[in-house]
Every structure is written in C-alpha cells, then in structure tokens.
Design a protein around this ligand. Structure first.
Ligand code: CUA
Length: 364
C-alpha cells in the first residue's frame, strides 16, 4: 500500500469517467498553444516513479526504493541522535567544563562495517541489473536510431524504406515496437552528444557522434510513452521529444509500414504531400512556416525571394536553389544562419523534394 504512493497513475490507458472533464479542459489548453511542443503523452506526478512499461522497470524501481528507504532510515537515525545529544549534553551553567571523552572502538568499528556491507549490497544488486540490461537476448528486433539537432530518425533494417522521425507537430510518432519482444537500438549522432531516454522503459543512454551505443528493452504494456533527449544539445534541445508506441505483435508490422513509409496518397495534392514530409522528416525542427526564423530561415514568403548568402553573393530562392539546399545544405547558406543543416541526400527522393517545393510555394 505504501508502495502505491510511489507509483504513477495508470495514465497510458483510457481515463476513468470522472477525469473526462479535466481531460477536455486540458485539451482546450493544448489547442490554445498549438505552436508549443506537444504535451507529454504520460502525465506524471513529480514525486512519483514514471509509468512502468518494460521488463526493467520493476528491478530498477526496487533498487531505487531500497536506496530511498535506506536513506530515510539513516536520515532519521542520524538526525535523531544529533538532536538527542544536543539536548542531553547541553551546557547547564556558565562555568561548566567539558568532560574528557576519548572514543569507543566498538562504535567506530560498527559505523565503518555496517555502511560497507550496505554499500556492497547496493553495488552487487546494481551490477547484476546493469549486466542484465546491457546484454540483449538472442534475435532481438533491430532498430537504428540517429540523433541530430534537434530530432530523432528511426530506421528498421528488417523493413527497408521505413523511417520515423520525432516532430513537434502531429503525428509525433517516433519509435514503434511490438509488446513482449526484445528490441535492440543501435544509436549514433551526426553532430553533438544527445541522449536517448524512455522513462517508462527505464532505459537511457548517450548518443554520441562517431560511435555506436546500444540499449535494449522489452515493452510490457500497450500504449504511448514519452521519449526525451536528456543531454543539453543546443537551442532546441527541449523540442527533441518523441512518442514511443507499443503495439500487439500481430499489429506491429502492418502499422509500422503504414506509419513509416512516406508516399503520396491517392488524390492528395503535391503541396499537401509536401506538408506531410515537412512535418514527418524533421524540417519542422528548424524551419517555421509563420515567418519567425528558427535555426534556419522561415519558409513563409521564401519562394521567389532573393536571398543574400553568407559568401556575399545572392540567389533567387526557386526550385533549383531549394533542391540544392536540401541535398547540399551547407554550400549556399543564407547570411545570418549557421551552416548546420544535415543533408537529405538519400533520405528524400526527387518526387519528395518536388512536393516540399510545392508546399513552400503555397506559404506566401
Ligand atoms: Cu538532443 Cu538534447
């Protein structure tokens, strides 16, 4: 019962009827600030442990609660003893002399030996969990994760052509995994150090340029869970959030292909397709469509404009320049911006680039 105090409410599932009013009110607030990053999918109390949704959660939480209980016990013992001695040995008169006290060998031995044993218990317990969480079981689902300022790209070697990105706009789906199957992430960064953190799974590891790091987990609950970048990586670090969706294994493959393959729908205009690409492939992380410049120039009113470049020359922002900027972004950088856009060579094909250009044309 005490433990339930430390457990987050079951919020990945449907809210109970009584909470519906509150949920609606929250939805109104969210709608009012549509420009802000999406709210986290799990709500959590600051004093509670996050939702538990992987096989690691129970072990990790048990160790955490053990350490917290130990801390509490020693806090009470030490503060209690201190208060008691302050009272017992208080100065009783102005000319009172301090009595001569040497030491107690037994007490000194105990206050060294007991903490040593307790720390060894914590170390061995933590080490066992660490080893178990470091080595994935045989035949996991392989996932490739790339971090870059300021979004995630997720690819599945077993499903070529499938690619998911984090986005501050809907759909925010970033990683999709089946329930009850081990998943191994192999991660790297194209620029600075990021860190991949899914609190509900209790997994967190740095994502480092020039090297691969790995984590694995096995999800135990259907639902949507928060993903954070948890290493300060620059201006829009706080936008580098995402959603991890856990599905029944039977639905996983079908849903993944539906969500991860970006093709023009039947009857969809090029511009509308381009807008989906803008939201789904990370463009939105740096280019606004409302005229406010971010890390890159806003796309509003950009098409046809003459841009001054950082090398002093100028260029008209039309099809050729936009296409070049997508494939070789740091060749002709607009004056006032840092050359830090990643190349989309191999990530967007010709027709997708055309769609993006058509979308930009509509942003007058
Ligand atoms: Cu990426 Cu913080």
């Amino acid at each position: 019962m005490i433990l339930s105090l430390f457990t987050a409410p079951e919020n990945a599932d449907a809210p109970p009827p009584a909470a519906e009013g509150a949920a609606e009110a929250a939805a109104d607030v969210v709608a009012a600030v549509s420009q802000a990053p999406l709210p986290p999918v799990e709500t959590a109390h600051p004093w509670a442990l996050p939702t538990a949704a992987s096989t690691f959660a129970e072990d990790t939480d048990n160790l955490y609660l053990f350490i917290t209980a130990l801390d509490t016990l020693f806090f009470v013992l030490i503060m209690g003893a201190m208060g008691y001695f302050m009272w017992k040995y208080r100065r009783r008169s102005k000319d009172q002399k301090t009595s001569s006290i040497t030491h107690s060998g037994v007490i000194e031995f105990l206050w060294s030996a007991i903490p040593t044993v307790l720390l060894l218990v914590i170390f061995v317990w933590g080490e066992c969990d660490f080893v178990r969480q470091s080595v994935a079981p045989a035949d996991p689902l392989e996932v490739r994760v790339t971090g870059q300022k300021w979004y995630w790209t997720v690819e599945y070697p077993k499903y070529p052509g499938v690619s998911l990105n984090s986005s501050t706009e809907e759909p925010a789906l970033t990683l999709m995994v089946p329930k009850g199957k081990p998943v191994r992430l192999t991660m790297t960064s194209t620029d600075v150090i990021h860190s991949f953190f899914v609190p509900a799974f209790r997994v967190k590891r740095d994502v480092v340029p020039g090297r691969y790091t790995q984590i694995w987990f096995e999800a135990t609950r259907i639902g949507e869970f928060n993903l954070f970048c948890t290493e300060y990586c620059g201006d829009f670090h706080s936008n580098m959030t995402g959603v991890v969706k856990v599905l029944e294994p039977d639905d996983f493959e079908r849903e993944l292909i539906k969500a991860g393959v970006l093709t023009q729908d039947e009857g969809e205009s090029m511009a509308a397709y381009g807008e989906r690409i803008y939201k789904r492939r990370g463009c939105v992380a740096c280019h606004s469509v409302d005229g406010v410049d971010g890390t890159g120039p806003s796309w509003k009113g950009m098409y046809g404009r003459t841009e001054s470049l950082s090398d002093g020359s100028s260029v008209k922002a039309e099809d050729q320049y936009i296409k070049d900027s997508i494939y070789e972004p740091n060749k002709q950088v607009v004056a006032g911006f840092a050359p830090q856009m990643p190349s989309y060579q191999g990530q967007l094909d010709e027709s997708q680039v055309t769609a993006v250009i058509e979308y930009i044309k509509t942003l007058k």
